[in-house]
Design a protein around this ligand. Structure first.
Ligand code: FAD
Length: 354
């Protein structure tokens, strides 16, 4: 395995900002992952694990240690009752994997079509879209534990999945390198049609849609919101949704609704019961109602023309420009609505950027 030096990281991310990695390695096998990780340990330098780079803001200073890009490939299948367990290597493209499962008529991932990044990135923030989350199908995650150098299989419960969270981005951040993820999918089952946008898409259909039709609908809806990476589409030069949807108590939701009403009588705060007494608010609504509409521009950064939650690099942006816009939005939403928006992407090479 070749250790390279001073490698620019911006081109390895979808947002396209940030400085170089002091050291960089691409690992194509578990042995190479182990080698790279041992190398960083020996050199006593920090290690950052890079997947597809679609959920990152890398600082303009870059990364002072080793960036290890996970390039593990391979998909294995295991019969499992009325379905099949797919063991997918962490470096596989997520959307290629989804396409494969849909083409073989396995249900469980179809609504997450078109999400960029790698298989190994999906358990980290419990990736989800249009009514599905990976936590619903993941059975285990094979990891290398950095402290001990041992390989473990973590069960779904051990990953402690929540809304855009797991142990990998909370309590146990940086403890593991994900090598392989196993998903249990059902053969010939009905697609999930829980999300309003999808139900609307098929409202006039004569027959229930197939998995493939749902995948195609999701791709179409995502494209209309610039949530699909299309080369040349400047609205797609983003890290996806920049803020998580806030989860608040019913009392807090009522307080914000009253504020909305006071501001514009009859204005409805979009909110969804999340089943555990908590209410999920639409971060996009809060951003738009705080003066940041689609197309908002601040120098070389701005908000996507198609999606109020996506901060985009309009060309030549620095990470500091992204951070300045993030701070401006967070402050304005806090001042106007009393809600602290939490960023979704991972900040790399910053201290205390959240
Ligand atoms: C246009 C667009 C649309 C998006 N839509 C969605 C969406 O609908 N739903 C959603 O949930 N997300 C969405 N995202 C965010 C992103 O695509 C996902 O979070 C994705 O799973 C990140 O995977 P990645 O491989 O790119 O990870 P990276 O961005 O490379 O890394 C993200 C984090 O995961 C860690 N990581 C990655 N791989 C490994 C590994 N093998 N072992 C240990 N840690 C690892 C990194 O260290 C980092 O902390 C979107 C992003 C974009 C740009």
């Amino acid at each position: 395995m070749r250790l390279q030096t001073n490698i620019p990281l911006a081109p390895l991310t979808t947002l396209g900002v940030g400085g170089p990695a002091r050291y960089f390695a691409l690992a194509k096998s578990e042995t190479e992952v182990f080698e790279a990780f041992s190398n960083a340990k020996d050199k006593n330098i920090p290690l950052f694990v890079l997947g597809g780079g679609s959920n990152l803001v890398i600082s303009d200073r870059g990364w002072p240690g080793l960036v290890l890009k996970i390039g593990l490939q391979g998909i294995e299948r295991e019969p499992d009752g009325d379905g099949q367990t797919f063991h997918a290597a962490a470096g596989e493209s997520w959307d290629n994997f989804v396409a494969l499962t849909v083409s073989e008529n396995f249900a469980g991932l179809e609504c997450m079509s078109g999400i960029p990044g790698s298989v190994g990135g999906t358990p980290v923030q419990n990736v989800g879209a249009y009514g599905q989350e990976v936590s619903q199908t993941i059975t285990s995650v094979r990891v290398l534990e950095r402290a001990t150098g041992t390989i473990l299989d973590l069960s779904n419960e051990q990953c402690r999945f929540g809304y855009r969270s797991s142990i990998f981005n909370t309590q146990q951040r940086d403890r593991y390198i994900i090598l392989r993820v196993s998903y249990r999918l059902r053969k010939d089952a009905q697609p999930t049609l829980r999300y309003a946008d999808l139900q609307k898409f098929f409202a006039t259909a004569q027959n229930p849609p197939t998995l493939l039709q749902v995948r195609e609908a999701v791709l179409q809806i995502r494209q209309s919101k610039a949530m699909l990476l299309i080369p040349g589409d400047e609205d797609a030069r983003s890290a996806g949704s920049f803020f998580k949807n806030p989860m608040v108590s019913r009392e807090e939701a009522a307080r914000i609704q009253a504020l909305a009403d006071a501001r514009t009588p009859g204005m409805k705060l979009p909110s969804y019961e999340s089943g555990d007494g908590q209410v999920k608010l639409a971060a996009a609504w809060l951003v738009e109602q705080s003066g940041f509409s689609k197309g908002y521009t601040r120098g070389s950064v701005g908000i996507s023309l198609k999606h109020a939650l996506a901060i985009v690099n309009r060309g030549g942006a620095k990470a500091d420009d992204v951070i300045a816009l993030k701070n401006e939005i967070q402050q304005q939403v806090l001042d106007l609505w009393g809600v602290r928006l939490e960023p979704e992407p991972v900040f790399v090479g910053f201290e205390g950027a959240n």
